[in-house]
Design a protein around this ligand. Structure first.
Ligand code: HEC
Length: 118
């Protein structure tokens, strides 16, 4: 009887060990997901930019010889970016609040930030 219990205990210890390895692996997978989702936001922002913004702001975030600002050099201020994109500016920059979701605008910010000039 005693022997049976100790077998069970050993099995239990083994199960706990397997579980903690699995949990550690899951933790690493989570970290990878975070990294990938930042890249996914940038990629998504890039395609939204190409379809909605590039004809004014230029394919590479700037359009020299026009009134559009170089988006690689705008202030590092997400609130200002989101407000400008939602509401537009000076009747020259069109408002996007009815067209783009908060997520899409957040992804645009991720894309623009990733191309910031040092
Ligand atoms: C019809 C042309 C046009 C389109 C399309 C357009 N913009 Fe603009 N944008 C402008 C102009 C012009 C300005 C400058 C307005 C001013 O300062 O008077 C501007 C300004 C901005 C600014 C302000 C920068 C600052 O000073 O903080 C941001 C940010 C911006 N645009 C982002 C975007 C994004 C993102 C998109 C795509 C969703 C977009 N724009 C689409 C013309 C456009």
């Amino acid at each position: 009887m005693l022997k049976v219990i100790s077998h069970k205990t050993a099995a239990m210890i083994a199960a706990v060990a397997v579980l903690s390895v699995a949990l550690a692996a899951a933790g690493r997978a989570d970290n990878n997901t975070t990294g990938n989702s930042m890249q996914a936001q940038i990629d998504h922002g890039k395609s939204t930019y190409a379809s909605k913004c590039s004809h004014c702001h230029g394919p590479n975030l700037m359009n020299s010889g026009t009134v559009t600002p170089d988006l690689r050099a705008i202030p590092d201020d997400k609130t200002r970016f989101v407000t400008t994109v939602k509401n537009g500016k000076n009747n020259k920059m069109p408002p996007w609040a009815d067209i783009l979701s908060d997520d899409e605008i957040g992804n645009l910010w991720a894309f623009v930030s990733s191309r910031r000039k040092p």
